[in-house]
Design a protein around this ligand. Structure first.
Ligand code: ADP
Ligand code: ADP
Length: 223
C-alpha cells in the first residue's frame, strides 16, 4: 500500500542543503506493523509527513495504493488523508473546547456523514479504546493516556486502512505507554496497517518490522 522509491526531501539552509530524506525507498504491505526508528533530526517527521500526504517529495516517487501522490491537488490530498489515514501525534492535538466525543466526531462531519451514523460510529470508536465513560469530558479533564485514547478514537472513526503514529507514547509514562501500545496491537490484529515513528528501541521492537533512519537514509535489518 505504501511504495516510496528514491524519495528525497531537501531543505535549503543558508547556502547549504540538508537532505531530510536521502533517496528513501520503502515498501509497506497492507496489514503490516512497521516501526521507523531514528535519533532526533534523522528525518522521521519528514518521512511521516510524506507518507501521510502532508508534504511531498522533491524527487522520487510515492505510490499510495498504487496511485502517484504527485498527481493530486492539495484539495484531493486532504480528502485522501481524511479517508485513508488516521494520524496519532505525540501531543494528542485535541481541540480543547470540545468534549471527547465531539473531537472524535470531527472527521465524520468533514466527510459529510449524517448525525445518526456519526453518533453510532463515535460511540463505537470510543468503545474500542475503552473510553465510553469519559465521552462527555473535555481534554483538560482527562489524563494524558485518556487524551491519547481520544486521539486514537478520532484516528479510527473514519475506518482508515493506515494508522500513522508520530511518537504516540512520547509524552506518556511506561504503564500508560503499554496501554496505548496494546491498542495499536489490537488495531493491527483487526487488519489495520500501522506505521509508528519513534526514537525508543523498546517501542520499535514491538512492531513486526523495524526500519532505521539516520541522516535521511533508511536501512533495514531483517529479524
Ligand atoms: P526528526 O523528526 O527525526 O527529528 P526531521 O524530519 O524533523 O527529523 O528533520 C530532519 C532534518 O531536516 C533535520 O536536520 C531538520 O533540522 C531538517 N528540517 C526539517 N524540517 C525542516 C524545515 N522546515 N526547514 C529546514 N530544515 C528542516
Ligand atoms: P519531532 O518532535 O516530531 O521530531 P521536530 O521538532 O523535529 O519534530 O520538528 C517539528 C516541526 O518543525 C516539523 O514540522 C519540522 O518540519 C520543523 N522543523 C524541524 N527542523 C527545522 C528546522 N531546522 N528549520 C525549520 N523547521 C524545522
Amino acid at each position: 500500500m505504501i511504495d516510496l522509491k528514491n524519495v528525497s526531501r531537501i531543505y535549503q539552509i543558508g547556502s547549504g542543503k540538508v537532505f531530510a530524506l536521502n533517496k528513501a525507498t520503502l515498501h509497506i504491505d497492507e496489514g503490516e506493523f512497521v516501526s521507523i526508528i531514528g535519533p532526533s533530526g534523522s528525518g522521521k517527521s519528514t518521512l511521516m509527513n510524506i507518507i501521510g500526504c502532508l508534504d511531498t517529495a522533491d524527487s522520487g516517487t510515492y505510490l499510495l495504493d498504487d496511485i502517484p501522490i504527485e498527481a493530486y491537488t492539495e484539495t484531493e490530498l486532504a480528502k485522501i488523508r481524511n479517508r485513508k489515514i488516521g494520524f496519532v501525534f505525540q501531543s494528542f492535538n485535541l481541540i480543547h473546547k470540545l468534549t471527547a466525543e465531539e473531537n472524535v466526531e470531527l472527521p465524520l462531519i468533514y466527510q459529510g456523514i449524517g448525525k445518526a451514523e456519526r453518533k453510532s460510529r463515535v460511540a463505537e470508536a470510543l468503545e474500542r479504546v475503552d473510553l465510553t465513560k469519559r465521552s462527555r469530558h473535555l481534554p483538560s479533564e482527562l489524563s494524558g493516556g485518556q487524551q491519547q485514547r481520544v486521539a486514537i478514537a478520532r484516528a479510527i472513526v473514519t475506518r482508515p486502512s493506515l494508522i500513522l503514529g508520530d511518537e504516540p507514547t512520547g509524552n506518556l509514562d511506561s504503564k500508560t505507554t503499554e496501554e496505548i501500545m496494546d491498542i495499536f496491537h489490537e488495531l493491527h490484529a483487526h487488519g489495520n496497517t500501522i506505521v509508528l515513528i519513534t526514537h525508543d528501541q523498546e517501542i520499535a521492537e514491538q512492531a513486526s518490522r523495524i526500519v532505521h533512519i539516520r541522516d535521511g537514509k533508511l536501512s533495514e535489518v531483517s529479524v
